[in-house]
Design a protein around this ligand. Structure first.
Ligand SMILES: [Zn+2]
Length: 409
């Protein structure tokens, strides 16, 4: 630890456990996943931010399906020496449901501490970001030390189901100021040693391929056109073309190439003795940001067109979802350089810059030109049974962020 001494660490250790116990039992499952939303949890967290003495304000989005008719978003700020610049820590309040209860060793909503671990739904995703941000603020307030720049905390709703009522809503309301002076840390993915820093994501494209032939009795195939066979031929052809045309390699990404995967398949006919007239397959593509999504869409469409005309059938292409990744956060951006230095000096590990297949909420920030680093120290147990977070890792993250704020920002 570079900033926290033993007494600080002990105080924050019990603060973090108490904080977890105050909000994890208050469920915050989004309406799209059958829950009531984030309002009750938001009240608990907002009260605590006020108790810590931060300036707090709310920018809620309306959503009639949720409790109170809103999806709450909380912003809080603590003044730094240079009040023109802000380091924002973004944490999402919503969590996915616990899933199959029988797979959990402990009650998912009653925070259980066992040795160095805290167990519960949401303790990592994204409760860890919440407790790190709050512990950083508590240290600064109680020690009466000014960070070099403002500390901003943004607690958002709706991360798990698209962020329309959360971060995307905040960005549409322009709450953050300019990208030159507002930089973002998103602790929502990482690695067990704290070395992994995610600076880029791939474009995401989902599309549907519908091959239309002609249905017939399976004993008289000459009277029909077997859409299943043609679908297999077409999808394999498309697979080959996508993988030979989009071959760029970027070692920052994991995996370092664009990926194109046929995934879901709709049922065609329910009996064995019918030649199917329709064949429907879905694809998931994660595209390196140096390509545009349109280039891929055009390739899919032109491949479909030529296959359809040479076989005398119809091949329909439907875009199900597309999400642009935005520009990667540059390794040379002063925020990236300074934060990497904080990791190096506070943690004694060599940070590794990385791109992933997506998607975190950092992509919405990058699309608006804000530098955004996704980082935390975790074992990636999000959405799994027995989700857990490690107290020593949380304290190490608190120490790293404080080191950044007090020494290198
Ligand atoms: Zn998350």
């Amino acid at each position: 630890m570079r900033v926290l001494d033993e007494t600080d660490a002990r105080t924050l250790h019990s603060y973090i456990i108490d904080l977890y116990k105050s909000f994890i039992p208050v469920k915050a499952i989004p309406p799209d996943m059958g829950g009531e939303g984030e309002l009750e949890r938001a009240k608990v967290l907002e009260d605590e931010l006020r108790r810590l003495g931060l300036r707090v304000w709310r920018v809620d989005a309306r959503d009639e399906r949720a409790r109170g008719g809103i999806r709450p978003n909380i912003l809080a700020q603590l003044e730094g020496a240079d009040t023109s610049r802000t380091l924002w820590i973004v944490a999402h309040m919503d969590t996915v449901p616990e899933g199959d209860r029988s797979l959990w060793r402990y009650e998912p909503y009653s925070v259980t501490v066992e040795d160095d671990y805290v167990y519960g739904r949401g303790v990592e995703d994204n409760g860890q970001a919440i407790v790190v941000a709050f512990a950083v603020a508590k240290y600064l307030v109680e020690r009466g030390v000014k960070p070099r720049v403002n500390l901003g905390i943004a607690l958002v709703s709706d991360e798990e189901t698209g962020s329309r009522y959360g971060l995307q809503y905040l960005l549409s309301q322009n709450v953050f100021g300019t990208p030159e002076s507002n930089w973002f840390l998103v602790p929502d993915a990482g690695s067990p040693d704290g070395s992994k820093v995610i600076v880029a994501e791939k474009h995401i494209l989902w599309f549907k391929i519908r091959v239309v032939g002609m249905q017939a009795h399976a004993s008289t195939p000459h009277e029909g056109i077997n859409a299943h066979r043609l679908g297999m031929m077409f999808n394999l052809e498309l697979d080959r073309i996508l993988h030979t045309r989009f071959t760029r390699y970027d070692p920052i990404f994991e995996p370092p190439v664009s990926t194109f995967e046929p995934t879901r398949k709709e049922e065609n006919v329910s009996n064995i003795n019918t030649i199917p007239g329709v064949d429907t397959v879905y694809w998931d593509a994660r595209i390196l940001p140096s390509y545009s999504i349109d280039e891929v869409v055009e390739t899919v469409k032109s491949t479909a067109y030529s296959f359809a005309s040479s076989h005398g059938i119809k091949v329909e292409v439907e875009i199900v979802a597309r999400d642009d990744a935005g520009e990667p956060t540059s390794p040379d951006h002063p925020f990236t350089r300074a934060f990497l230095r904080a990791i190096r000096e506070a943690r004694n590990v060599e940070p590794k810059l990385l791109g992933i297949g997506g998607g975190t909420i950092a992509r919405y920030l990058r699309k608006k030109g804000y530098p955004a680093l996704v980082w935390m120290t975790c074992e990636e147990t999000a959405h799994k049974p027995n989700e857990r977070a490690r107290l020593s890792s949380i304290l190490a993250d608190v120490d790293t962020v404080l080191y950044y704020l007090l020494h290198v920002a």
